[in-house]
Design a protein around this ligand. Structure first.
Ligand code: NDP
Length: 250
């Protein structure tokens, strides 16, 4: 068991990559908090998963745009589980719009969830982990943190910010027993892509030399590695898990 008795928080844990990561950590012996929006279905997921594994799975309603809710998540987790050993800073939204038509409200909403939300969660995690003298934070970035793509000005700004903020957090935390890394998924088959039509999906698939979309479990496995002691010398990394997308054209 690679995460025996560890306490793990997964934001956006009710769906897609987050939910797969919750299950993966439970399989490896962790107690896991699904931190997601009130109406995300997180309570039902936690109820389903509880009892299937040795570790506990609990749900806490959290909106990562709300600092008080984020701080309460960490205080409650320490009170209930005793520590926070790993965090997957994974909550995020998509959104496609040409830059010249992108309204302030939509731009700011994407930045507030995908970038500011990652900061709020990381700050709260660092405060707890510095007191413990240990911990691992994994931020969910994207191939669109290192590549541009038409229609994604806000998303790419946010994810690029996550990649570089991860480096700064990593060097600040390095001597305090805390590691901070990012994962850069390629396109992954989750509800985030549900709005895309088949023609667009086929185009996206063709950008991955491996020739398919990724599976949520494949990102969960990368999270598990970075969260666990197996990655004890890894910090400040942006681990691309992208079927070769960023390696070049096949
Ligand atoms: P999903 O939509 O399946 O899951 C995202 C989860 O985040 C949902 O449960 C969603 O809740 C939750 N969420 C949204 N807003 C908030 C908020 N303000 N506070 C707390 N939780 C929130 O998407 P994925 O699993 O695909 O995405 C997970 C992460 O992976 C995101 O950061 C995304 O940007 C990143 N990513 C995804 C890729 C992909 O191709 N799928 C590629 C690269 C990166 P609700 O459903 O209720 O809105």
């Amino acid at each position: 068991m690679r995460m025996q008795d560890k306490s793990v928080i997964v934001t956006g844990g009710a769906s897609g990559i987050g939910l797969a990561s919750v299950e993966r950590c439970l399989q490896e012996g962790a107690n896991v908090v699904i931190a997601d929006l009130e109406n995300s279905g997180g309570q039902a997921r936690a109820t389903e998963l509880n009892g299937k594994h040795q570790g506990r799975c609990v749900f806490q309603a959290v909106d990562v745009t709300d600092t008080a809710q984020v701080d309460r998540l960490f205080a409650d987790t320490v009170a209930e589980l005793g520590s926070v050993d790993a965090v997957f800073n994974n909550a995020g939204i998509g959104g496609t719009c040409a830059a010249d038509e992108l309204e302030d409200d939509e731009y700011l909403r994407i930045i507030d969830i995908n970038l500011n939300g990652v900061f709020r969660v990381a700050r709260a995690a660092l405060q707890v982990m510095y007191r413990q003298g240990s911990g691992s934070i994994v931020n969910c970035a994207s191939i669109l943190g290192v590549f541009g793509q038409t229609g994604t000005a806000a998303y790419t700004a946010a994810k690029g910010g996550v990649v570089n903020m991860t480096r700064t957090l990593a060097i600040e935390a390095a001597k305090k027993g805390v590691r901070v890394n990012a994962i850069g998924p390629g396109y992954i088959d989750t509800p985030l892509l549900a709005a895309l039509d088949q023609e667009l999906l086929d185009g996206l698939i063709s950008l991955h030399p491996i020739g398919r979309l990724g599976r949520a479990e494949e990102i969960a496995n990368a999270f598990l590695f970075l969260a666990s002691d197996e990655a004890s010398f890894v910090t400040g990394a942006h681990l691309l898990v992208d079927g070769g997308f960023t390696a070049g054209k096949s």
